[in-house]
Write a protein that binds this ligand. Structure first.
Ligand code: ZN
Length: 259
């Protein structure tokens, strides 16, 4: 009798090994330490918002998810972490999904809303400008990273995952569109600027589906006001966590179909 039960328990393991795999999400809080990133008129720094949102996202991803999802942070305190180290940590951890969190900035204070990015070596002039700002951690790191032997080894690793990264971007964008952009509650409403592609250095070497989220504009007064409110930030992080669960379902279906 006991053997029968044991066999029954083993059937799902043998038939669906991937479903029992603990999904690993790498959450990357952009900037940190002396690299403050964008700054709002009122002195709110991008590095502080990204860290706070990364910690919230970890909480929402790991809370009440069955089967569990593990969230690994590239930084959990206010310190400088070079892009190359973020890529290294994610690849070494063999993550299933990488999410980099950033805040946008624009000379036009009218620009507002969120943008979801996946890697592309080209992109248009507007997305190239966003990538340039994010790639220059202290104005010189980009070149140092580019010449790092590890980076050369990892260069273009992301191309293999462009379809999955594009699919993951769509799911995150659609979840945020529903929870924020289409929300009648003006305290939660945030404009949806869609899914875009750009040459982000931190995504280029990733050996896993990867997205970069520009969560909102620190240079826009309405966006900035929202990121001061706890309820808004909790809702934002919970929505990304929901999207991560949906992404896992999609990945599971794909791996099941591949068998
Ligand atoms: Zn940034």
């Amino acid at each position: 009798m006991k053997i029968k039960i044991l066999l029954l328990l083993l059937v799902p393991v043998l038939l669906f090994p991937d479903h029992l795999k603990v999904m690993k999400v790498i959450i990357d809080a952009g900037h940190g330490g002396y690299d403050g990133g964008a700054v709002s008129d009122y002195g709110i720094r991008e590095k502080d918002v990204t860290l706070e949102m990364a910690l919230l996202l970890k909480k929402h991803i790991e809370g009440a998810t069955e089967p569990p999802i593990t969230a690994i942070l590239t930084r959990s305190e206010d310190k400088f972490v070079p892009l190359i180290e973020r890529v290294g940590l994610a690849n070494k951890s063999e993550g299933d999904l990488f999410i980099s969190l950033h805040m946008n900035a624009s000379p036009t204070k009218r620009d507002s809303g969120f943008e979801v990015y996946f890697y592309d070596s080209t992109g248009d002039a507007e997305t190239a400008a966003v990538a340039k700002r994010e790639n220059e951690q202290d104005g010189s790191v980009e070149n140092k990273d580019r010449n790092n032997p590890l980076f050369i080894l990892w260069d273009l690793a992301q191309n293999e995952f462009s379809k999955e990264s594009s699919g993951a971007s769509d799911i995150i964008q659609s979840a945020l569109d529903g929870a924020l952009n289409r929300n009648a509650d003006t305290t939660l409403k945030l404009r949806d600027r869609g899914v875009k592609q750009a040459n982000f250095l931190v995504l280029n070497g990733m050996k896993m589906p990867s997205v970069l989220l520009e969560m909102g504009f620190l240079t826009n007064k309405n966006d900035e006001e929202k990121f001061k409110k706890q309820e808004f930030k909790e809702r934002y992080a919970a929505t990304i966590a929901d999207a991560v669960r949906e992404i896992r379902q999609k990945f599971d279906k794909k791996s099941a179909a591949g068998r």
